[in-house]
Design a protein around this ligand. Structure first.
Ligand code: SAM
Ligand code: SF4
Length: 337
């Protein structure tokens, strides 16, 4: 049998008949912020020697595209602080079968890197922004500087990306009263915004997640005092529901792992910075691709075989429950948001 012919139009299909065409790759668990919902104040990061090298990450990315994956998102931690990260963007940007290369960033390095990202083929960027008040921004991120992020966003806006989107995690009594302001910020710039419910990933020390939970339905209700929202049919195959804001070019998305289950449509898997392939954000099922790469350096067929086999253990869905201690001990910065 000629494997090459067979794999020409290969697709990754899991046990529940879901087509996996999207991979999120975390390139580092480190970050220049310490957002209270994402990390504890004193984080232990993975020793650098345990991370996949940029070359190894590029090989995994290539393997996935040869298996039919068309969309790759580079994330972290903060992806733009990894040394020589632009090399990776450039390499992945050249993969012939890739249709979309995107990244998620806290925006702190966008002023310098927005243009290089665009040159490398990145067409869409998600930028996290939880507050427009410098003090509150500092409190939520512990060390972030709002001004840097805003100038990064301005830079990106000046460059005509296909799509820029704001991501905001909303916490009760932290920033829930800013949802209208954040939407206005997006409308004034002609970009979209998504609100994310806090997920119980990893142990954090700043707040009790039961007390800060602010549901998508509450946010939507707050917005409807100010704006008219109309359900949009757009689907990214992910957990977002989108609404058009009448009279504007802006769409608002709600990512609601608690209040709306999205697993039956799941089209994605994640690679951690250590080379662990996670089959589900909310479950522990995983396979070490690092082991394969290090045992058989450069052998892309071995890598592809492990990826194909991993699809058999992709679970049916997550089991998030706010009333329990986190069942997932990974922090979001490890998982790759
Ligand atoms: N550092 C980059 C950033 O902040 O955009 C990329 C990585 S970050 C882990 C990706 C996204 O996950 C961000 O939008 C962040 O707000 C979100 N996030 C982090 N921890 C979360 C949690 N516990 N629940 C929900 N979203 C979370
Ligand atoms: Fe860093 Fe992003 Fe986590 Fe904030 S959400 S601490 S910016 S990785």
């Amino acid at each position: 049998m000629n494997i090459n012919q067979n794999t020409h139009h290969e697709k990754l299909i899991d046990k529940f008949n879901r087509h996996i065409n999207y991979v999120r790759i975390s390139v580092t668990d480190r970050c220049d912020f310490r957002c209270t919902y994402c990390m504890s104040e004193k984080m232990q990061f993975v020793p650098r020697a345990q991370l996949l090298t940029l070359e190894e990450i590029a090989l995994v990315a290539r393997a996935f595209t040869e298996l039919g994956v068309e969309k790759i998102r580079i994330t972290g931690g903060e992806p733009l602080i990894r040394k020589n990260i632009m090399q990776l963007f450039e390499n992945i940007g050249k993969l012939p079968k890739l249709k979309e290369l995107t990244t998620t960033t806290n925006g702190s390095h966008l002023l310098a890197l927005a243009k290089p990202l665009q040159d490398a083929g990145v067409e869409r960027i998600n930028i996290s922004l939880d507050s427009l008040d410098p003090e509150k921004f500092r409190k939520i991120t512990r060390i972030g500087n709002l001004k840097n992020v805003l100038s990064g966003i301005d830079k990106a806006l000046s460059l005509d990306f296909k799509k820029l989107k704001i991501n905001s995690v909303i916490l009760k009594n932290r920033n829930h009263n800013e949802v209208v302001d954040l939407v206005r910020f997006a409308i004034n710039r002609g970009i979209d915004i998504s609100f994310i419910e806090e997920m119980p990933l990893g142990l954090i020390d700043e707040h009790n997640r039961n007390e800060t939970y602010y549901s998508s339905d509450l946010i939507k209700n707050d917005l409807e005092h100010e704006y008219e929202l109309v359900s949009s049919t757009i689907s990214t195959g992910g957990p977002s529901r989108y609404y058009k804001i009448i009279g504007t070019d802006t769409k608002v998305g709600f990512i609601s792992p608690h209040s709306h289950n999205f697993c039956s449509q799941c089209n994605r898997v994640r690679l951690t910075a250590e080379g662990q392939l996670l089959l589900c954000l909310g479950q522990e099922h995983s396979v070490s691709l690092k082991k394969i790469i290090r045992a058989f350096p450069g052998d892309i067929e071995k890598l592809k075989n492990s990826i194909r086999k991993a699809m058999e253990i992709k679970p049916k869905g997550h089991e998030f429950d706010l009333t329990e201690k986190p069942i997932i001990f990974r922090h979001m910065n490890v998982t790759g948001g």
